[in-house]
Design a protein around this ligand. Structure first.
Ligand SMILES: [Fe+2]
Length: 189
């Protein structure tokens, strides 16, 4: 039904139609896994829509390219009628600093925090000898929250915004890590 949400399977197909970078697809899968687990944990009525939103949040990345101020806005246009309005708002707001969309809802803060923490967790996995998530602990990720020289491009402030959605940082990191471990083979970790 238009506007009521797209299934994760259909969202995955849509993603692959517009995104060719395997790295970006893996980042989208990781974000989706975290969003799904967050929704379940919070008893949200539509975890599948949370998951689909994680899959689709960077849908326009290969279209907008270096024009970062349009990132999120173009995706929002592409997703009109595909996702409910509050989910489209969250997609715009995950790049709010550059496109001017203010994050206000729990969903806004969690999409932004989730997609940011994927980078920190992936980078932490890659410094382990087996280059996988298997032996990564929440404490290991937490330690790297404070090391700004590590995974420099990961915006820690955006991860810390999980607090705006009522999440304690370590609990959020633990859930995110477990979500990514759940799909580790799919994301090459
Ligand atoms: Fe992203």
């Amino acid at each position: 039904m238009a506007g009521s949400g797209i299934s994760p399977d259909d969202a995955g197909e849509l993603l692959r139609r517009h995104v060719k970078s395997e790295g970006l697809i893996r980042h989208s899968l990781a974000t989706a896994a975290i969003m799904a687990d967050l929704a379940v944990k919070m008893n949200e009525p539509s975890p599948e829509t949370w998951e689909a939103t994680g899959l689709l949040h960077d849908l326009d990345m290969e279209i907008t390219g270096d024009d970062y101020a349009r990132h999120g806005l173009v995706a929002a246009e592409m997703l009109g009628g595909v996702l409910p309005a509050e989910f489209i708002h969250a997609i715009k707001a995950h790049n709010g600093k550059l496109n001017g969309t203010v994050r206000t809802t729990r969903l806004d803060f969690l999409l932004s925090a989730a997609e940011s923490v994927t980078g920190l967790i992936s980078a932490t996995a890659l410094i382990h000898p087996d280059r996988s998530l298997g032996s990564v602990s929440p404490a290991s990720v937490m330690k790297r929250m404070g090391k700004t020289g590590f995974a420099r491009n990961v915006d820690r402030a955006r991860i810390e915004e999980c607090a705006e959605a009522g999440w304690e940082l370590e609990e959020f990191v633990t859930l995110a890590l477990n979500a990514m471990k759940r799909i580790a083979p799919e994301i090459g970790l």
